[in-house]
Design a protein around this ligand. Structure first.
Ligand SMILES: [Zn+2]
Ligand SMILES: [Zn+2]
Length: 151
């Protein structure tokens, strides 16, 4: 939908009247109330509809101030991620790291359960090079052969 068309929808008109009311039908810049009043976006969010903004992103300006503003300033365009509805998604690397940490905890717990006293460096090595079941197997072998020292 084109921007000009968005400004004709009831969704925008509702949003606009809320902002006008909040600002007491007065230009927030020059304080006049007898000129045509516009609701101005302090920033844009790429891909969002005109009404799809938090109320603190919108202000009332008279037609004069509004024109001045757009002449003087370039409106910042923010990425969609600024939208309050955007959900945080971990990237692949973070997911891998999380998985690794989980595995490490599991292996440390396993060692504890088996009564193995191994240092964290060794645990880290095991986490990096073996699967959990392989680690389980190794720990058992270690126990059978009399403990870590004899490896
Ligand atoms: Zn504007
Ligand atoms: Zn004004």
């Amino acid at each position: 939908m084109k921007y000009a068309e968005q400004l004709k929808t009831s969704k925008w008109i509702n949003k606009k009247s809320k902002i006008l009311k909040r600002d007491k039908y007065t230009c927030t810049n020059c304080k006049v109330n007898d000129l045509e009043l516009h609701v101005h976006h302090l920033y844009y969010i790429s891909g969002n509809m005109a009404w799809d903004y938090p109320e603190n992103a919108l202000i009332t300006l008279c037609i004069k101030c509004h024109k001045e503003w757009h002449k003087k300033f370039k409106i910042e365009i923010r990425k969609k991620v600024w939208c309050k509805n955007a959900k945080y998604k971990p990237n692949k690397q973070e997911k891998r790291q999380k998985k690794k940490t989980k595995k490490k905890d599991k292996i440390i717990n396993l060692a504890k359960r088996l009564g193995l006293d191994i240092n964290l460096e060794v645990v880290q090595e095991i986490v990096n090079s073996y699967t959990y079941s392989r680690a389980h197997y190794l720990f058992k072998k270690l126990l059978e052969s009399g403990g870590v020292e004899q490896r």
